[in-house]
Design a binder for this molecule. Structure first.
Ligand code: WTA
Length: 656
């Protein structure tokens, strides 16, 4: 028996939003791209690779020995030259590359492409002086300052792979990543500004390096001017070492498959995996998708990606994609509420941001804070809005479009992963008529297939597991130091296909809906219900700000739905008491999806526990829902939240 689900109901009812006519008329990419790519996928990608500057042309587009791919075989290029030198050579050296905005108000820096090239060249020279050579690994542990971008490009320039570790990670996380990567140099800062105050970074490096004997040098950016411990001979101030270097650096071209970076992602279990990306194919797909999906006009757009450089979105869509395309962008150091809850909107107003790329969790936070804040600022410069990182519920999609986008900006929901390197599933703003909450379908040149548990394609309609059945240029090339884990994790569940770990379904119109990680799909009395669907239903209630739903084990039904909900305003504002409101929500979900999806329990909580990258910690919520011992909370943005929720549950259990 198939259950009528919330998303089916929404997708069949929901309006479609057509591309604005003026945008469609001048769009970078038309519907022809899909036909062209379908006719000859490899020729399509070769054409996009041709948008880059190569020192030696490739002799073969792809060498595919599943599950190992080499793209643009025999070609050589320098990634940093593609992001900097060629724009300066084309006469765009005076264009601003980065409008950097620090968290403390008024703390700003503008760097043109020429200035960025000068600083990257000096840093490349400094790294060379420290003994870094092509093929080495450099660990970067920095706040959101321009030196993070400069360091990444300096590594790329000399053919060293960077491993950026998010500034919120602990000393232990640094030890694991430095050791696994075999990094010999660490680039860090005294500290950074976050949530209104200076936080320290260097002490974590000092602690970590007691256990990393192979690190020979540490380069330290002075950001907060707090006191730091100093290891003579090992530690170097950026201002001392970099600023005295020659201002030019002649860059060598590297093989298309030269490692560009490692980026560690936590699996659900076990130690973090070092995802390996290389140069030519990665840059090709980052640059093309950034240009196509945001309909980028580098001469006039001001682009802002709010992700931290410590995550893949920061790598592909703050550093490599935008800089390869030569656009002007905003980079902001701090939190959305630093200096007022309308900080983001004041930045959009001040810099006339035209493209904004952010995450649903941020959008839902702004929904909670109310329309007046963005309403008080001039957001008319915006023309395209992007979403990434998790399924965006239709309610948040609509709010984003209406309140931030003034009902005129297309919303592009982009699905991809650290492992895919670049966007895979997304609408094109000048082509696709969008359904709120859907990433619509694969981009030109990308092949996806939804399969059932036995790996059989479900065809044009139906749900199952999202797989990628053809190689793509920006695909991961492996897991650093762990080839068998690469094959097991991604290629063994459905032999011959890359399994993304996400559930997805094609609706009746062959439109793709991402349903979250498959471990988030619940099975209630034999019926599959996605946590996302229940969350969407909850968030569609006018008083709900954010919802996280987990499947907790249940004796009778297999799993039962437990929902954690935050409300707009405060809990005390609710007219009915918390218990009554929970009943109202259960009825609401029953109405939206069906009685089967009614949460067994609804916990109304002041905040939801999130990782530092803003993802809701569902596994932790499962533990709370099942009242087990709490798991590892070191990646939690605010561990106090967990305690608060746990206390609420405890009180409820005691009452019950
Ligand atoms: C989820 C972030 C639905 C998905 C770029 C994926 C999404 C995981 C979307 C990768 C989206 C990302 N809609 N789900 N638009 N974008 N995801 O590696 O579950 O941090 O597998 O990469 O985020 O997260 P990662």
């Amino acid at each position: 028996m198939t259950q009528q689900t919330g998303l089916e109901a929404l997708s069949s009812e929901s309006r479609r939003f057509e591309p604005p006519a003026d945008l469609a008329a001048k769009a970078n990419v038309s519907a022809d791209a899909y036909e062209q790519a379908a006719a000859d996928r490899l020729a399509f990608w070769a054409e996009q690779a041709g948008r880059l500057e190569w020192a030696t042309p490739w002799t073969e587009i792809v060498d595919w020995q599943p599950p190992y791919a080499k793209w643009f075989v025999g070609g050589t290029l320098n990634v940093a030259v593609n992001c900097l030198d060629r724009h300066v050579a084309a006469g765009n050296g005076e264009r601003v590359a980065l409008h950097w905005v620090g968290e403390p108000d008024g703390d700003t820096r503008d760097l043109t492409y020429a200035e960025l090239l000068r600083q990257v060249s000096m840093t490349a020279n400094a790294l060379t002086e420290l003994g870094v050579q092509a093929g080495d690994r450099v660990c970067i542990y920095l706040p959101m300052v321009p030196e993070a971008v400069i360091s990444m490009l300096a590594c790329a320039r000399i053919g060293a792979a960077h491993s950026v570790v998010f500034g919120g990670f602990s000393a232990q996380a640094l030890v694991d990543r430095i050791t696994d990567a075999g990094a010999k140099v660490v680039i860090t800062a005294d500290g950074g500004y976050r949530r209104g105050s200076a936080s320290a970074l260097k002490p974590a490096v000092d602690e970590a390096l007691e256990r990393c004997p192979d690190v020979t040098a540490v380069l330290v950016v002075k950001r907060t001017r707090q006191d730091v411990a100093w290891a003579e001979g090992r530690d170097h101030w950026w201002a001392d070492l970099v600023d005295r270097q020659p201002e030019s650096h002649s860059a060598q071209a590297f093989d298309a498959e030269q490692p560009l970076f490692l980026l560690y992602t936590s699996g659900t279990t076990g130690k973090p995996k070092g995802i390996l990306h290389t140069s030519g194919g990665y840059l090709t797909q980052c640059a093309w998708t950034h240009w196509a999906v945001f309909d980028l006009k580098p001469e006039s757009d001001v682009y802002w990606c709010t992700a931290d450089v410590g995550w893949v979105t920061g790598h592909s869509y703050l550093v490599y994609g935008p800089l390869a395309n030569g656009v002007t962008q905003v980079m902001y150091e701090g939190t959305p509420d630093a200096g007022g809850r309308d900080r983001w909107w004041s930045i959009v107003e001040q810099y006339k941001v035209s493209i904004l790329y952010t995450a649903p969790t941020a959008i839902r936070t702004f929904m909670k804070w109310g329309e007046d804040l963005p309403g008080g600022r001039d957001l008319s410069s915006l023309r395209i809005l992007g979403s990434v990182g998790e399924p965006i519920n239709p309610e948040a999609w609509m709010w984003y479009r209406r309140v931030i986008g003034g009902d005129r900006c297309p919303v592009v929901d982009t699905w991809w992963q650290t492992e895919t390197g670049a966007m895979m599933v997304s609408p094109l703003p000048g082509v696709t008529s969008c359904k709120p909450g859907s990433a619509m379908g694969p981009l030109p040149g990308i092949s996806v297939d939804v399969v059932d548990g036995e790996g059989r394609s479900v065809g044009e309609t139906g749900g199952g597991f999202l797989t990628l059945d053809e190689p793509w240029p920006a695909m991961l090339r492996g897991i650093w130091n762990d080839d068998s884990r690469y094959r097991d994790t991604y290629w063994s569940r459905f032999p011959g296909r890359y399994f993304a770990g996400d559930g997805a379904k094609w609706d009746d119109e062959h439109v793709l809906w991402l349903l979250g990680r498959v471990d988030d799909v619940m099975n209630i009395s034999g019926h599959r219900i996605s946590t996302t669907e229940v969350e969407s239903a909850l968030v569609s209630h006018p008083k709900v700000a954010e919802a996280a739903v987990v499947g907790a084990s249940d004796e009778t039904t297999g799993q039962a739905i437990v929902a954690f909900v935050t409300v707009k305003g405060t809990v005390d504002d609710l007219e009915s008491g918390g218990d009554e409101f929970a009943q109202e929500l259960r009825a609401h979900v029953a109405k939206e999806i069906g009685p089967i999806a009614k949460p067994r329990q609804i916990v109304i909580s002041p905040e939801l526990p999130k990782t530092r990258s803003g993802k809701i910690m569902r596994r932790l919520l499962v533990d709370i829902a099942e009242r087990r011992e709490l798991g590892d909370v070191t990646t939690l943005a605010d561990p106090a939240v967990v305690q608060a929720i746990d206390d609420t549950m405890g009180a409820a259990a005691a009452k019950g």
